[in-house]
Design a binder for this molecule. Sequence first.
Ligand code: GUN
Length: 288
Amino acid sequence: MAFVISGKELAAAKKAAMTTEVENLKEKYGRVPHLAVILIGEDAGSVSYVKGKEKACLELGIKNTTIRKPSSITEKELLEIIYKLNKDAFVDGILVQLPLPRHINQTSVINSIQVDKDVDGFHPLNVASLYLKQPGIVPCTPKGIIEMLDSIHYDLEGKKACVIGRSNIVGMPVAKLLLDRNATVTVVHSKSNHIDQITKEADVLIAAVGKPRFVTSDMVKDGAVVIDVGVNRDSVTNKLCGDVDFEQVVLKASYISKVPGGVGPMTISCLMENTIECFLKHMEEKND
Ligand code: GUN
């Protein structure tokens, strides 16, 4: 039976330290970090994610402004909102909740966010920094996943890691972070053949595919470390479930994360960290 890596507990421990840090920042700089979140439309998942981000800001003492707009907003109007936030010296981080309505070009929106306010780490310059191992903002979910592996003191060097999914938000950046830890990384995706044969070889399996219970125990190596990034709705129970069939895989893995209470809380705590990082950079620039 696998040990369950609790993202919820790890994030709670980080929260305590960050709350103190924010108090100290207020003392030192006379204001707290400020995160602006833009939510377009009413997508239930996005609404719930944004609520989680607002709650975390409140708990840590980070200032939060959420701008809610209907899905009828034009791309130009959205870009104007981002332009104003870019110019606002009292805004440290800008996050546009994805996905966006189809009539809005996601790339144009991401590219319009000032790179030093890009708390998601999605701007091309932050992506380039990650790939070139230069300082920059690291995307929250991949960063949280590595912290979960670090929490069990897992040495990735020489290990076979398999990432299921090749998104810009999770699959690709987490593959790079695993590679940076000297793992041998394979990324499988919707066009891969014999996925199960590849996943079965993996010492570390990261499931970021977006399909409920996609990873079954026959796809998992005995004693593997399994991290579940999926957030899906079970069509029968309507409850949240991951990409991994937890009940089966928990019996085969050595470590496993759960949904909910796994990667989700780590993503939020890394977002708070990134917001503090952007704030500190702004404060340092001001003093230069
Ligand atoms: N939608 C799903 N995950 C994310 C994320 O990490 N950031 C943003 N902005 N939108 C998302």
